[in-house]
Design a protein around this ligand. Structure first.
Ligand SMILES: Cc1cc2nc3c(=O)[nH]c(=O)nc-3n(C[C@H](O)[C@H](O)[C@H](O)COP(=O)(O)OP(=O)(O)OC[C@H]3O[C@@H](n4cnc5c(N)ncnc54)[C@H](O)[C@@H]3O)c2cc1C
Length: 244
């Protein structure tokens, strides 16, 4: 698989609105994006200036790309108190932001007979972007942990075999929540599956361990820790403590 080279893009907010109470969708545009190339699951690293003049990057998965509008959408979870969340909450049409992309190496593998997506709210944009891209007959199952039923989103699937199991265990530590036990006990289809795991560091570790315990090979699992509970991501946008 050849990944497109990441390049810098000066972008402008074209639209911003909440798709759920805690998920803000931001459309970013630039006429030059007509030449943009990416693979579903890849992300953009946005650059935020700090008061001391330094720059901090935060990464957001490309939810959709529209070549005709020369724009892409990101969905930002409104949690925590970092520069990314603050920017998303305040985003309004006309605001400029520098981005580098596409970033990331996780995208759909082409030798799987079915696909499994699991993670928390930050995994939803990537899971939906990849599920909507799969050929119609290819099964996909998602297990997603969000704040509550109001955070569920509908997928555009046109009758394709897609199932989404939402979990809302707010009082549980995510890694010991019903999401992990649901993945551990799920009745999976036959054939070779591939899993895409994303979200908080401990949750991703627990999900990966659950699949390895079920006999999955490490090569069947694409796992990426997106954020770290109680600890800001590093300046380049990744959590400093990575999932195993
Ligand atoms: C490849 C990649 C793709 C990603 N795609 C997306 C995406 O599509 N949408 C998305 O929303 N996020 C996505 N993330 C995660 C996002 O970059 C992190 O959540 C990041 O920490 C947000 O930056 P911040 O400046 O808001 O918070 P930070 O400055 O990193 O952290 C400040 C505080 O907020 C907390 N915090 C950060 N994120 C969350 C959260 N989601 N829930 C609860 N508390 C949090 C931290 O624990 C910390 O205490 C992605 C990350 C990576 C590496």
């Amino acid at each position: 698989m050849i990944l497109p080279d990441p390049v810098g893009w000066p972008l402008t907010v074209a639209a911003a609105s909440n798709v759920t109470p805690q998920m803000r969708r931001i459309e970013l545009s630039n006429p030059a994006l007509a030449a943009f190339d990416y693979l579903p699951g890849q992300d953009m690293a946005l650059a935020f200036s700090k008061d001391d003049g330094t720059t901090v990057r935060r990464r957001y998965t490309i939810r959709r790309f529209d070549r005709n509008r020369a724009s892409l959408m990101i969905d930002v979870v409104l949690h925590g108190d970092g520069p990314g969340m603050r920017w998303a909450r305040a985003a309004r049409p006309g605001i400029s932001i520098d981005a580098i992309g596409p970033r990331g190496k996780i995208t759909l593998v082409d030798d799987a007979e079915w696909h499994l997506f699991a993670g928390d709210a930050t995994a939803v944009p990537g899971a939906f972007a990849m599920m909507e891209t799969l050929a119609g007959e290819v099964p996909a199952h998602a297990f997603l942990l969000v704040d509550g039923p109001e955070e569920r989103q509908r997928i555009t699937a046109d009758g394709a075999p897609r199932t989404i199991a939402w979990r809302y265990e707010m009082s549980q530590p995510p890694e010991s929540s019903g999401l992990v036990s649901a993945v551990a006990a799920a009745d999976f289809p036959g054939g070779r599956g591939h899993a895409y795991l994303a979200g908080e560091v401990a949750l991703v570790s627990a999900l990966k361990a659950a699949l390895l315990n079920r006999g999955w090979g490490a090569e069947q699992i694409s796992a990426k820790a997106y954020w770290n509970r109680g600890r800001a991501n590093a300046g380049h946008g990744e959590p400093e403590l990575k999932a195993s």
